[in-house]
Ligand binder design. Structure first.
Ligand code: SAM
Length: 287
């Protein structure tokens, strides 16, 4: 059977169902087999792997996932695509489609029910309007995930993998690197999608660590401290943290930074994840 990755076949399916692409749902479908093969290769999928795909679209990437893995659970928000998927994936007995907004699902419970709690791989060409909430949902809700391999906007991939003292380093870098080791799989041109998006893309692999990179007393406080430190990039840490919602005044922040051996004149972007952990652990004890 001809794969959906051929532009001709994709157009045929789109026309048959009178499907109209929704910009607001981030619908840019892949029409290039080389990129799909790079995603599959970058995910190092084995025959016994369980996969969650967010946003299968018309099922293009799903077909390759189904052939490589044991089972694929594909979550698609757009109900107009469900009859399409029934046709394009009908011959794959190891694919299950769920019509839902992924953000509304209890994913931890779903992995328990569908995959007996075995660790899964998340592989997807994500809808760009909601990339960060989807990635953070898998990480923060402690869904048993071993790997996340996703197509994202190039700028988001740059931010995720950024190191301290660079322009891309920010709260997203720290939040993701707390849970994962990011690596770039491949850069992706606009021409491999239909319709073409306005932005360049990157496939990024997030290898989920067995334990978070640093030990923190209270994850919520850690994330609040990180966000507050980056809220005003040009301000010193002393000012950013004093005027944040942490409820600590300037004298208190001065004392905390001194105890943590952190120069109050430094900016948030210069702290590495270990320093954020030390700082937030100290703050956790008093807020
Ligand atoms: N996987 C297909 C491909 O590569 O050709 C389609 C990828 S397209 C970039 C993103 C897909 O995610 C669309 O099918 C869109 O309808 C779906 N989507 C958007 N928001 C979603 C959400 N909150 N939950 C689940 N699916 C969503």
């Amino acid at each position: 059977m001809e794969k959906l990755s051929s532009p001709r076949r994709t157009k045929e399916i789109v026309n048959k169902y009178g499907f109209r692409f929704s910009k607001s749902l981030g619908q840019n479908f892949l029409i290039d087999e080389n990129i799909i093969l790079k995603i599959i290769e970058g995910s190092e999928i084995k025959k016994d792997d369980f996969i969650i795909e967010v946003g299968p679209g018309i099922g293009t990437l799903t077909q390759y996932l189904a052939e490589a893995a044991k089972k694929v659970l594909a979550i698609e928000i757009d109900k107009k695509l469900i009859p399409v998927l029934d046709e394009t994936l009908g011959s794959y007995s190891n694919v299950e489609i769920i019509n839902s907004d992924v953000l509304d699902l209890d994913l931890k419970k779903m992995v328990l029910d569908k995959f007996c709690g075995e660790k899964v791989k998340v592989v997807a060409n994500l809808p760009y309007y909601v990339t960060t909430p989807i990635i953070m949902k898998f990480l923060e809700e402690e869904v048993p995930v071993k790997d996340i391999v996703v197509m994202v906007q190039k700028e988001v991939a740059d931010r995720i993998k950024a190191k301290p003292n660079t322009k891309d380093y920010g709260s997203l870098s720290v939040a993701v690197q707390y849970y994962c080791k990011p690596e770039i799989v491949t850069k992706v041109p606009k021409s491999v999608f239909i319709p073409n998006p306005n932005v360049e893309s990157t496939v990024i692999r997030l290898k989920v660590l067995d334990n978070p990179q640093v030990e923190v007393i209270d994850r919520k406080v850690f994330h609040r401290v990180v966000r507050a430190s980056f809220a005003k990039r040009r301000k010193t840490l002393l000012n950013s943290l004093s005027f944040s919602n942490l409820g600590l005044n300037k004298d208190q922040i001065k004392e905390i930074l001194a105890c943590c051996n952190i120069d109050p004149k430094r900016r948030g972007e210069s702290l590495d994840i270990e320093e954020f952990a030390v700082l937030s652990n100290y703050i956790s004890k008093i807020v």
